[in-house]
Design a protein around this ligand. Structure first.
Ligand SMILES: Nc1ncnc2c1ncn2[C@@H]1O[C@H](COP(=O)(O)OP(=O)(O)O)[C@@H](O)[C@H]1O
Ligand SMILES: [Mg+2]
Length: 292
């Protein structure tokens, strides 16, 4: 087939299909028919979900609904009983060992609780994935990259030589983020990043997440309980309930569904408080831009 024939075929007639400008990049994450069981207990059953490039997708659901297990499945740490999971077009569930490695360095993960190695400094923690994927890097270069990631994550440069026990809760999260960013990932997984932080620390972490997403062109899979986070920085929200993703959309779109959990969650008193905070924040932003 000539290029011209191919163009006509793809376009189906009228407007010529432009191969040069067409977005042919595979979607970051596509999950279909996912089932995960522990013994007789099914956490997920026939679950579908698609994550779009460049978005921050908030993932919510009651405690124990399988948010962390879903994340672990996507990054290949939990082998599903059924279904397929594609990350950037690579089938994670049926990947060759080499192929799997080819995509593993395209994501970074901040696990629930941070999970820093307590016997390593912050810089050494950041260097763990670097050494794993690029064993040929010199120590000097490793240190330089680690320092850069530490600062990128909003920590003072001195934090690089500190041990996790010497850091506050908020700083530990940032150190975990620095490690998640070590490999310049396109896809970032954050599992309850603001849990345990005070409201100001949480809001600052949210801001940082949004900023990094936009400047580094990340796609973010963000598990959270934090309604403020959902309102402040998530482009869409996926709701886990009844072993599935029962709805995905913007918060206004979700409010139109009449699932009881969604209504209770997004219309409860805590949600109303989050909306008020969010609107107050937006009003202040507008004020600022007026003065500038
Ligand atoms: N390795 C495991 N073995 C057995 N059960 C597990 C395992 N991991 C998670 N579960 C169970 O799966 C369910 C979902 O867990 P999880 O994904 O951690 O929930 P959450 O939505 O709170 O993150 C829970 O009931 C949990 O007890
Ligand atoms: Mg969890």
């Amino acid at each position: 087939m000539t290029d011209e024939e191919q163009t006509t075929e793809q376009a189906g007639g009228d407007a010529p299909f432009n191969w040069a400008t067409a977005d042919t990049t595979p979607v970051p994450i596509r999950i279909s028919g996912l089932t995960n069981r522990f013994g007789d207990f099914a956490v997920h059953e026939d679950l579908d979900l698609e994550v779009r490039r460049g978005e921050i997708l908030g993932v919510v659901g009651g405690s124990g609904t399988g948010k962390s297990v879903l994340m672990r499945s996507i990054i290949g740490l939990q082998i599903p009983d059924e279904g397929t999971i594609e990350v950037f077009g690579h089938d994670i569930t049926a990947a060759e060992p080499d192929e799997e490695i080819g995509v593993r360095n395209r994501w970074g993960v901040l696990f629930q609780g941070g999970a820093l190695f307590s016997t390593l400094t912050v810089a050494e923690n950041v260097e763990v994935p670097l050494k794993q994927f690029y064993p040929e890097l010199s120590q000097e270069l490793l240190d330089e990259i680690a320092r850069y990631k530490v600062v990128l994550s909003g920590l003072p440069e001195e934090a690089a030589s500190k041990y996790p026990s010497e850091l506050s809760g908020g700083m530990k999260k940032r150190a975990g983020l620095a490690r998640a960013l070590a490999l310049d990932p396109e896809l970032l997984f954050l599992d309850e990043p603001t849990a345990g932080l005070d409201p100001i620390g949480a809001a600052k972490f949210d801001e940082l997440t949004r900023e990094l997403t936009d400047t580094l062109g990340l796609t973010v899979f963000l598990i959270t309980h934090d309604l403020d986070t959902l309102y402040a920085i998530c482009d869409r929200v996926a709701v886990l309930a009844d072993k599935k993703v029962i709805a995905v959309g913007t918060i206004p779109e979700l409010l139109e569904t009449d699932h009881p959990w969604i209504q209770e969650y997004f219309n409860g008193p805590r949600a109303r408080a989050a909306v008020a905070t969010h609107q107050r924040g937006k009003a202040l932003d507008n004020d600022d831009s007026g003065k500038a």
